[in-house]
Design a protein around this ligand. Structure first.
Ligand code: SAH
Ligand code: SF4
Length: 364
C-alpha cells in the first residue's frame, strides 16, 4: 500500500522507515525535505541515495491536498480554499500582522456540534480531515507565501480555529500539532500554536497530556441555561466541568492563561448583567477574554451587538482586571471568515452572502 508521508509525524515516519529497513537519520532527512523545504518530489531530495529514492517512489507519496482558490484581501489577509475531495473544501486563512503571521487551519469538513450562531455547524458534519489534509494546509500556505527553501519564516503562529472542532478529530489534530512543533518539520513554538475548542472536557485533559499548546475556549455564555442553547455541547459538559478542565489545563499549558472567546449576540448574551456573571464564572481561571462581533449568515436568527454595547461589556470586564480584547474584522472583502464559508467547492450560500464571518485573530 502506498503511504502518504504527510500523514506521519516524526515518530511514525521513523517507525515506517525502520519497517523499510532504513535508519532513523534517513527519516529525519526526509522529514526535513518534506516540511522544511516543502519538497514533494523524492528525486529533488538530493542528499538521499538514489536507491532509497527509488524505494520511496515505489512505496510512498507526498500528497498535499490541492489549493483550488487563493484570494488576497486589501488588508493582506489571504484565503485558500483547499479541496478535500467529493466536492468538499475547507478554508485556510493567513493573517499578516506587524509582529507575526498567523495561519488559521481547519480540522473537519463541517462540524457536528451545531452551535446556534455558526454556519459551519449549520452545514452539518461531513468528515474528519486526515493528518495530511490538516498539515497540508500549512505545507501549501508556506509554498504560496514563498516560505520554503530556507527563506525566512512567514508563518509564526498557527490557530486551529477554522472549520470544525479540533478536539473531535483528536488523534489527527494531535499528530498535525506534533509536526508543527517538531524542529525537523515546522519548528513552531508551543506558545504560538493555539487549539480552539467549544469545550470537549475529556479531550482538553488529553490534549494537556499529549501535546500541550495554547488553548482558546469558545465560552459565549456566562451560565448553563444560555450556553445549553447556543453551544449544545454544554449539555454534556457544563460550565462547572469546563472551568475545572481549564484550571487543570493551566498546569500543563505553555502559557499561563486560557483565552475565552465570547461572541457578542445582540440582546442574547451581551448585557451588563451577563458581563458581571461572566466575571464570577471565570474568577478562578487565569484568562484573557476575546470578544467576537457576531457575523450574520443567511437564516441565522441573531444580530451583532452594537459597538457601544461591546465597549460597555468590555469595560466591565477590564474594570475587574480581566484583559479583554475585541476581535477585529479582517479580510472581509474576500469573505475570509472563521472557516464559516464554503463547505463545498460549489457553495450555494456564497452567492447570496455579501459578507460572511470575520476572520479569527491570533492571540499570542
Ligand atoms: N470548533 C472550535 C473552533 C472552530 S470555530 C470552536 O468552536 O472553538 C472558531 C471560532 O469561530 C469560534 O470561537 C466561534 O465562536 C467563531 N464563530 C462561529 N460562528 C461565528 C459567527 N457567526 N460570527 C463570528 N464568529 C463565529
Ligand atoms: Fe463547531 Fe466551533 Fe462552529 Fe460550534 S463554533 S459548530 S464547535 S465549528
Amino acid at each position: 500500500m502506498t503511504v502518504n508521508l504527510l500523514d506521519l509525524d516524526g515518530e511514525s515516519l521513523t517507525a515506517w522507515f525502520a519497517e523499510q529497513g532504513e535508519k532513523p537519520f534517513r527519516a529525519k532527512q526526509v522529514l526535513r525535505w518534506i516540511h522544511r523545504s516543502g519538497v514533494a518530489d523524492f528525486d529533488a531530495m538530493t542528499d538521499i541515495a538514489k536507491s532509497l529514492r527509488e524505494k520511496l517512489k515505489a512505496r510512498a507519496v507526498v500528497a498535499p491536498p490541492a489549493v483550488v482558490s487563493d484570494k488576497l484581501s486589501g488588508d493582506g489577509t489571504r484565503k485558500f480554499l483547499i479541496d478535500v475531495g467529493n466536492g468538499n473544501a475547507v478554508e485556510t486563512v493567513f493573517i499578516p500582522e506587524d509582529d507575526r503571521g498567523t495561519l488559521c487551519i481547519s480540522t473537519q469538513a463541517g462540524c457536528a456540534l451545531d452551535c446556534a450562531f455558526c454556519s459551519t455547524g449549520k452545514q452539518g458534519f461531513n468528515r474528519n480531515l486526515t493528518v495530511a489534509e490538516i498539515i497540508g494546509q500549512l505545507w501549501q500556505a508556506n509554498h504560496a507565501l514563498g516560505a520554503v527553501h530556507g527563506s525566512e519564516r512567514v508563518i509564526s503562529n498557527v490557530v486551529l480555529m477554522g472549520m470544525g472542532e479540533p478536539l473531535a478529530n483528536f488523534d489527527n489534530a494531535v499528530t498535525a500539532l506534533k509536526l508543527m512543533l517538531d524542529d525537523n518539520a515546522y519548528g513552531l513554538s508551543r506558545r504560538r500554536v493555539t487549539v480552539s475548542t467549544s469545550g470537549l472536557v475529556p479531550n482538553i485533559d488529553r490534549l494537556g497530556d499529549a501535546c500541550p499548546v495554547a488553548l482558546a475556549v469558545s465560552l459565549h455564555a456566562p451560565n448553563d441555561k444560555l450556553r445549553d442553547q447556543i453551544v449544545p455541547i454544554n449539555q454534556k459538559y457544563p460550565l462547572k466541568e469546563l472551568m475545572a478542565a481549564c484550571r487543570r489545563y493551566l498546569d500543563k499549558a505553555p502559557r499561563d492563561f486560557i483565552t475565552f472567546e465570547y461572541i457578542m449576540l445582540d440582546g442574547i448574551n451581551d448585557s451588563d448583567a451577563h458581563a458581571r456573571e461572566l466575571l464570577t464564572l471565570v474568577k478562578n481561571v487565569h484568562c484573557k477574554l476575546n470578544l467576537i462581533p457576531f457575523n450574520p449568515f443567511p437564516g441565522s436568527p441573531f444580530r451583532r451587538s452594537p459597538a457601544d454595547r461591546v465597549r460597555s461589556f468590555a469595560e466591565i470586564l477590564m474594570g475587574a482586571g480581566v484583559v479583554t480584547t475585541t476581535r477585529k474584522t479582517r479580510g472581509d472583502d474576500i469573505d475570509a471568515a472563521c472557516g464559516q464559508l464554503a463547505g463545498q467547492i460549489a457553495d450555494k450560500t456564497k452567492r447570496t452572502v455579501g459578507r460572511v464571518i470575520p476572520l479569527m485573530e491570533a492571540r499570542s
